[in-house]
Write a protein that binds this ligand. Sequence first.
Ligand code: HEM
Length: 330
Amino acid sequence: MIQEVQRTAQASLLSWLDHPSIELKDAVSNMIFSVTAKKLISYDSSTSNEEMRKHYDAFIRGLVAFPLYIPGTAFYKCMQGRRSVMKMLKELLNERAKATHRRENIDFIDVLIQELEKDTMSENAALDLLFLLLFASFETTSSAITAVLWFLTDNPKALQELTEEHDYIRKRKVDPKSEITWEEYKSMKFTSHVIHEALRLANIAPVMFRKATEDVRIKGYAIPKGSKIMICPSTVHLNPVVYKHPSIFNPWRWKNTDEPAGGASKDFMAFGGGLRLCVGADFAKLQMAIFLHCLVTKYRWKMIKGGTMVLSPALRFPQGFHIQLLPKEG
Ligand code: HEM
């Protein structure tokens, strides 16, 4: 998918040039949605209306809200948003299941339909999976990319080293227009440090839940069977014993520390861990690295307004993060 990710990033960045200001999180969400929704449901951003994205937005805004199911509340809008997306996905699934002609490009719905025909999955489970994958694929990565740019805006040294890494990759290409190769992606070491450092501080998934399936004794505490446990990754990510000066954005700290193999360790849980480790971790990191390559080799940016980043409890930019994209000089 490297080529698709790169082409979408290039096209999106080019389209942002015409605007005096763009809200980065929205713009990146649209960019990512157009890649992943195409794979999952053959969504075509040029012909589809924006309805599904709007319902997802309502869902996201009330995701961590007081559960008051009364019209007007964030929680109510969130539930309505989910209901509307589920309805659209159900219609799509039924329409496809009825279709008689074979489609040339198979997407994830086609795979689900095969599973439904084999009776290995219920329709509700299939719809839930579609809903989750669509959501997980664009909401998290767009927050992560916005957070990276937010940190880089205030860290010219990090931005310079990142730019040097990507300029070096570009200059070594025999054909400067050729697409990024897997080897080039794997050589982006400093980029990977920047991504890990931004994810450590941004804590995009603020909490995770587990249930104790048996009595557990840990560090003198007894957790009785059946307890619900809330895991809070920021307690590890901001622990000064593990990370010196934890609130400072310091991508160089990863130079001497092994980045967690497989995406997680007991000191790094941005992608969760254990059996439920994020299945999209590698894809998300790849999307971020390629976006950064396309960005820093051709463009620079200027912050226009907003830019306050808060964790409440999830990562949010209450006034947005508005930037102007400009071509790089020289
Ligand atoms: C920077 C981007 C991302 C972050 C920070 C992130 C974070 C996480 C975290 C923390 C979990 C674990 C939740 C838990 O343990 O309860 C998770 C699970 C999951 N993620 Fe991601 N994610 C990202 C990108 C993606 C992408 C791009 C996809 C899909 C293409 C994806 C799909 C999933 C799925 C399906 C699960 C559930 C896995 C399971 O329960 O077995 N994520 N993610």
